[in-house]
Design a protein around this ligand. Structure first.
Ligand SMILES: Cc1cc2nc3c(=O)[nH]c(=O)nc-3n(C[C@H](O)[C@H](O)[C@H](O)COP(=O)(O)O)c2cc1C
Ligand code: SF4
Length: 598
């Protein structure tokens, strides 16, 4: 309960005055940033002013990895634990820092000077190993940089006085094609829409054949059309800049270098669907971009490209707020993202209804990926033919890839759809490639026999992650890393995913240490298929992909680890599978749950 002194607490804690519960998450993020944790007094104060129960606020704090009830160190250092960071030695570097600071990983030092831990992929796969210090990205870690960081921490140098080069995130662009080579004219797409009408824009996007770049590949024209035709008091535009899929960082580049295009795409969408408010949902790991993005928004307001009566059109009022995420991969799933925007835990909703009919605050909402929105702005400016000048009939245009792992030139590449994997590997100078993981941890593992396959929705679809493993790598380590990632990121809402990701990790662990038999491998397959068929959302439906692909395409890496002597396992997966079936009451294919909708 908020007591009589709640106003004093609010002022002391610098909690902005608001009684809108949808602001909860953003307020908690600011409190975390200011105090290194969420103080109990602040929770009382928020419960009173937002009229929420303390339990629901505690539930939100517990849900997000970057929010904490207990104080973190003055320097909160999180090492990116993606497989490509590990391949570049991140674990050894983390241990070196731990040794220098006299602290265990996963702990806060007694003097509260520093906390050290791992976090999921921070989106710096092309310039890793990487870490976050109080939310700020540090790239290209080396032993020298680690020693420098240890000295800065011990000398208590304020973060804003740390050498700027530590925080440098380079663009990393390695190949441009039609999209990145084209000149964008601020306001041109919006002006076209105002002059020629929303129907013309929709028709042009339909002709261009632009499909969502966030994974599902749904037609943008159809999505905007559905939303526009939903009658409601309000409509909303949301840009999904959560980019949490391990190995993906192409949206980081767009946000850093082409934010104006993206905001143009959002404003264009607003003009088409009749929205007055838009949101950019920016993953917490990209907080370092926040100020520059705010500046770009302000410049657009000054040019009358945002705000009241945009480009002089009476009644066309639209503006964009930026909301931060707080370390939850599931919030990239569009309905979980909307829950998070409303200030809640990011638990995926039942679909249908889809966001285009009932999204933010129950109103029709378009959720699109950063790249999709930036492309929409360019197509409206350059025309459908221009977009179709590259790509395939079913996948027109080009795609941004985030290439990392074993190649000489990791970075951002724009390739026309239809490009063979072998050509991509040759361009980024990958040698003796054993496998490519396309589409992130949730994607597909591709062996050399399939390198003639192409980048395309009709063949190998990807939201943009392209991780390369050469012949020298233990592929099982990558599969284990992805599987652990899903266990950590499962929101826990449904049993097949919550229990399944834990069982998968445990069973795979048995293979890793050489205790598994062929029966265990069969059980891994059964478990993976069960999760694919019965999980509530895309995370659980794809979490077993690395294991299933590994078993099918690289059986040798499992078989070579099987135990040769007889050994009775203490853990019986068959019984656990039965238990999971009984708990879910579902063994059906669950095709109705599969993604790809709007
Ligand atoms: C677990 C999960 C995570 C996702 N993460 C992202 C993400 O980080 N960025 C994104 O654009 N889409 C992500 N998606 C897809 C979104 O749900 C949604 O399809 C997408 O934002 C729609 O935009 P698009 O049509 O422009 O692709 C994710 C989906 C799932 C199931
Ligand atoms: S599949 Fe996993 S992430 Fe999705 S709702 Fe179920 S528990 Fe949550």
């Amino acid at each position: 309960m908020a007591g009589d002194n709640s106003e004093q607490i609010r002022q002391n804690m610098q909690i902005p005055r608001t009684n809108d519960p949808s602001h909860l998450l953003q307020l908690l993020i600011e409190l975390q940033q200011a105090h290194g944790h969420i103080p109990g007094d602040a929770i009382d104060q928020l419960a009173g002013s937002l009229r929420l129960s303390q339990a629901s606020i505690l539930g939100v704090i517990e849900f997000y990895s970057f929010l904490h009830r207990t104080p973190r160190g003055k320097y909160d250092i999180l090492f990116s634990d993606n497989i490509t960071d590990q391949m570049r030695g991140s674990r050894l570097l983390a241990e070196r820092l731990a040794g220098k600071l006299g602290i265990g990983i996963g702990h806060t030092r007694d003097d509260r000077r520093v906390t050290l831990d791992y976090t999921s992929c921070t989106g710096m796969g092309d310039q890793g190993p990487a870490a976050l210090v109080n939310g700020q990205a540090i790239t290209r870690l080396t032993t020298e940089r680690i020693d420098q960081m240890a000295d800065l921490v011990e000398q208590a140098v304020r973060l804003e006085h740390w050498p700027a080069e530590l925080f440098q995130v380079s663009e990393g662009i390695e190949r441009r094609d039609i999209l990145l080579n084209s000149n964008y004219k601020p306001g041109a797409a919006i002006r076209n829409c105002l002059e020629e009408g929303a129907a013309t824009v929709l028709n042009q996007l339909e002709q261009a054949g632009l499909r969502g770049c966030g994974g599902a590949g749904f037609s943008i024209a159809k999505k905007w059309q559905f939303c526009a035709s939903s009658e409601a008091a309000e409509h909303y535009v949301v840009c999904n800049a959560d980019e949490g899929e391990p190995g993906t960082f192409k949206d980081r580049y767009l946000l850093q270098t082409h934010a104006d295009r993206l905001f143009e795409g959002m404003t264009l969408c607003a003009a088409v669907i009749g929205a007055h408010q838009g949101f950019l949902y920016l993953r917490g790991e990209y907080r370092y971009l926040l100020e520059a993005l705010q500046r770009t928004l302000q410049q657009r307001r000054e040019k009358n490209l945002l705000g009241q009566a945009i480009l002089g059109r009476d009644g066309f009022d639209f503006d964009i707020d930026i909301h931060l995420g707080a370390g939850a991969y599931i919030c990239g799933e569009e309905s979980a993202l909307i829950e998070s925007l409303e200030g809640k835990r990011g638990i995926p909703r039942n679909r249908p209804p889809f966001p285009v009919t009932q999204g933010y605050l129950g109103m029709p909402t378009v959720v699109n990926n950063v790249e999709t929105l930036a492309n929409a702005a360019l197509i409206t400016q350059q025309g459908a033919e221009w977009f179709r000048s590259v790509g395939t009939a079913r996948s027109p245009g080009s795609k941004l890839l985030s290439i990392s792992g074993d190649c000489e030139r990791p970075g951002i590449y724009e390739f026309p759809f239809g490009t063979p994997i072998s050509q991509i590997l040759a361009t980024c100078q990958a040698h003796q490639t054993q496998a490519v993981q396309i589409g992130g941890a949730a994607g597909r593992l591709i062996p050399p026999a399939e390198f003639s396959r192409t980048l395309a929705f009709e063949d190998l679809a990807t939201a943009g992650s392209f991780m390369i493993f050469n012949q020298g790598r233990e592929l099982l380590n990558a599969i284990d890393n992805f599987t652990r990632f899903f266990r950590h990121e499962s929101c826990g809402f449904c049993t097949p995913c919550r229990v399944g990701t834990a069982l998968l990790t445990r069973q795979l662990g048995k293979v890793m240490v050489g205790h598994a038999t062929t029966k265990d491998l069969d059980q891994l397959g059964t478990l993976g298929r069960l999760m694919r068929q019965t999980s509530h959302c895309g995370l659980g439906q794809t979490a077993a992909n690395p294991v299933l692909d590994g078993l099918q395409k690289f059986p040798g890496i499992f078989q070579s680890r099987l135990r040769s002597t007889s050994f009775e396992p203490a853990f019986d997966l068959d019984a656990s599978l039965e238990e999971a079936r009984a708990l879910t009451g579902r063994t059906d294919p669950g095709a109705h749950l599969e993604g790809g909708g709007v």
